[in-house]
Design a protein around this ligand. Sequence first.
Ligand SMILES: Cc1ncc(COP(=O)(O)O)c(C=O)c1O
Length: 380
Amino acid sequence: MAIKKSALDLCRSEVRSLPIYNAGISEEVARARYQLTRVTKLASNENPFGTSAAVSVELAKSLGDIYRYPDPNCTALREQIERNTGVARSRIVLGNGSEDIIEMLCKALLVPGDRVLTLAPSFGLHEIFPLMMGATVEKIPVNAAFAYDLPAWCAALSRPVKLVMFSTPSNPVGCALNDVGLQVLVDASPLDAVLVIDEAYFEYAEGGDYADSLKVLSSQPRPWIVLRTLSKAYGLAGLRIGYGLASDADFASLLDRVRTPFNVNTFAQVAAVAALRDLKHLKAVVSATVYERADLMRQLVALEAMHGYGMRIAPSLGNFLFIDVRRPSSNVATALMQNGVIVKPWLEAGFQTFIRVTVGRREDNQHFLEALAKVMHGGQ
Ligand SMILES: Cc1ncc(COP(=O)(O)O)c(C=O)c1O
């Protein structure tokens, strides 16, 4: 008699050993698990200021269309992105969140044994999707100043590599490359390496020393793609919509071959067009976040100066701060949760004493600061 095999026995070995993305828990689950009356969720870098008012108007108008499949080419959205970015519509890739495009890139480009370079600490999917394809992932740690370690990157790039993929501003650290730094990295990359610059947080970097990646990459004789999302500054995380600006139309159409045909739903397309048109709202969200980010940083520095816990806070151009609490991050995150605040404990090797906290509204940040002071003081 044949021995019964489990799904685990039958799956590809790459999948068997794949880590599961740490997506955290929802407010409802936290409320129920810890019997909380007030919950402040600062774990997923969402935008607590919300999306443009125009979005709900347009969503209401499109309700009657939901019996139809969405436009597989995202025509209106593609045109809007072309208007906002100046990149020709044939070079634009649309995804069910930008994570969908990261998966498409890995499916289209990687075979077992390919070498992929990314940052440490890293956004989980920059590692998980390449591993899923059997690639090996090498991570270049940030330096002691929480910045890209350019000499280490150049050394790593001196050997063959298939995909160079990292975020700037980086999640979870918040460091960002300026024009010079990006140019160094691009120049050091082998010409047959594909460059993926993940700019999920680029709107928040406005006014900082931040690379104009489209300009730096424009003269590159190689495939590259810049990834952006509507999940952060545009406040549409729940609808799942992201886009990529590719070096050329052929590269964009290659990714079309590995996506599901209707990957961006009708609501996401309609909402994204409305949000991308409302630049006034975007500006208000970004300036409120940048203001609160500086204030939160100031208050954390003051807390540290008063008590000397040894906390270190990385400078950030994103809508989050990465904090070394010098204690196991999962204990601190659990204690914060018991006080009604959800943050993300960092579980990656080498960074397990760090938490990442999203910059919220004034009252959210205050709740976090009060809870953190209590937890660091041992009061839990
Ligand atoms: C660096 C980075 N890239 C991509 C994503 C995925 O975003 P999306 O919601 O567009 O899939 C995130 C989400 O947190 C992120 O931090």
